[in-house]
Write a protein that binds this ligand. Sequence first.
Ligand code: NAD
Length: 308
Amino acid sequence: MSKKYLITGGAGFIGSHLAEALSVDNKVIILDNLRSGYKKNLDGIKHDFVEGSVENRRLLEDVSQGVDCIFHLAALISVPESLEKPFETVSINVDGTLNVLEAAKKNKVRKVIFASSAAVYGDDPAMPKVETMLPAPLSPYAVTKLDGEYYCSIYSGNNWVETSVLRFFNVFGARQDPASKYAAAIPIFINQALQGKAINVFGDGEQTRDFVYVKDVINALTWLLDKGNSEVYNISGEGIISINELAFMINKMCKNESPVVYLPERPGDIKHSAASIDKLKETGFKIKYLREDSITETYKYYKENIRG
Ligand SMILES: NC(=O)c1ccc[n+]([C@@H]2O[C@H](COP(=O)([O-])OP(=O)(O)OC[C@H]3O[C@@H](n4cnc5c(N)ncnc54)[C@H](O)[C@@H]3O)[C@@H](O)[C@H]2O)c1
């Protein structure tokens, strides 16, 4: 049966993919202030667009009426930016999340699904990261994501609203913004290589990441609509890759002969990140996309739509 869903941050990279998937059979409302998202990400996707901030509690109460589930993805998304702007980070990420939960409680929304982050684990060398580990956030961004998780747990613990939290590891795919000052590695590398430029790596490139294809993240988000408990789940891909390996793979894919250039490490960046997704798998969830195929699909998208 067709449902009504609210996606905060729906004009962003991940939110627009979620809107695309949900809008096939359901009514989708997007609340986004276009801080880092773009209306053009929603071209061809059926939705109602509300331009505004999750910091606006009244607006949230308004747009969440009659909604079955709120997917809360709106955030100040960057670790370095959060170190520069801690107060704004708290306002968007903590007050915003509380506003979402309060609106859900008030309007008897069935469920809130919250986009958290692997950043909550910090730089603990223990691998892979499992949900039972003690969090060790190293940036305002990570602290605010952890705050959001705790608020979700309070709201579900009191039976005010069901909640599920997904800790995303490094997500990649089409529509990720390579032009932003805080863009992620895969779209930047692909855009640099496609333009025959050197690939810029922060640090020595030996840092590892657990990349996950955006379509697997969307499958996990929609899976949690009816599966999983009011708990925290990791979502990542098929294992770690070093930034150097990634740069090499992308250079080869784009037939780019430019060198890799090493720049100073960024403050707040963690060295290694690998996830266990056993807890999500125990609910029956399966990763569907292979890394190399997904990177190739992403490369094809940017070949048609160079944005860097
Ligand atoms: N991309 C990743 O690898 C990754 C990893 C971990 C967690 N996440 C989380 O996933 C979510 C989506 O991230 P993304 O990669 O799609 O980033 P994005 O920047 O493309 O999307 C975030 C969206 O939120 C919107 N937004 C920001 N502040 C807002 C506000 N005050 N009110 C309403 N909308 C606002 C932006 O305009 C943007 O459309 C975020 O919560 C992010 O922290 C992403």
